[in-house]
Design a protein around this ligand. Sequence first.
Ligand SMILES: NC(=O)c1ccc[n+]([C@@H]2O[C@H](COP(=O)([O-])OP(=O)(O)OC[C@H]3O[C@@H](n4cnc5c(N)ncnc54)[C@H](OP(=O)(O)O)[C@@H]3O)[C@@H](O)[C@H]2O)c1
Length: 262
Amino acid sequence: MAGGKDGIDRGAFEGDELEGKCVVVIGGSMGIGRATAELVLRQGAKVVLTSRDQARAAKAAGELAAATGSNKIVPAAIEITRRAEVEAFLASHAKFDHLILPGAHAHRLDFAKLDEKLARESFDTKVWGPFLAAYDGRRHMNRGGSIVFYSGAASRRPLKGYVVGAAIDGAIDAATRALAWEMAAEGIRVNCISPGIIDTDVVRRGRTEEEYRKIRQSHAERVPLNRLGTAMECAQGALYLMICGFVTGEVLAIDGGAEASP
Ligand SMILES: NC(=O)c1ccc[n+]([C@@H]2O[C@H](COP(=O)([O-])OP(=O)(O)OC[C@H]3O[C@@H](n4cnc5c(N)ncnc54)[C@H](OP(=O)(O)O)[C@@H]3O)[C@@H](O)[C@H]2O)c1
């Protein structure tokens, strides 16, 4: 297994970097979190995977165990905004190595008729939930581990009708850079994935087939790669952030080239 006596990898690559490691994925029942759980299971890690619902977590865990042939998977139920529960859950899995935090949902909100309650809820679930999980979770992590947040391309390439989402994503990007300094002394790296439009349930949810087809097409046309991303492509980014020991404070865009768009 790569890594010095202090557990920190300084550049060797042996292909088994996650063997013997424990990866906690809050929000692993579907989408990007589920793909990440699958990829790290395939790399030999133990995975603790959560949903807000124990049955959904157990179902996802069973399917991933069947798909990967690994039985190193533990399902759990967590609502990211309930700090005390999240803290107790993280403590119960101490010490783990990587904390992956895609478990959130930001509402699509119309600015002209802003719903303050939903806007605040979106900040609670996507910013404060993961931020406090990282704050409390770091005490239960091994040196050499890392935290991965999820923001979104809206902070860099705003979309009409997604102003609250853009503000949320910007907050996460900024916190990632600052937390890299705060947690370096504890031997924990802090990074973030900033997805473009990824073809998960988030894009399909609440839309008719026709609306879904149209939105896929219009998003695809906005980026050089001319398609939506996949959850597994985001998982590949998270794997890189977990194993490359010299990356911290990074906001990794996985967006089909949105930055290059006019
Ligand atoms: N897909 C995209 O196009 C896109 C673009 C930009 C940013 N992102 C960001 O990437 C992250 C993952 O997105 P995704 O597309 O994979 O979403 P998804 O398919 O909706 O999956 C979200 C996961 O988070 C869990 N979750 C939702 N709300 C939660 C809460 N309050 N507490 C704890 N867990 C919760 C869900 O579990 P249960 O429902 O089973 O409880 C599920 O496992 C999110 O932060 C999202 O905002 C996605």
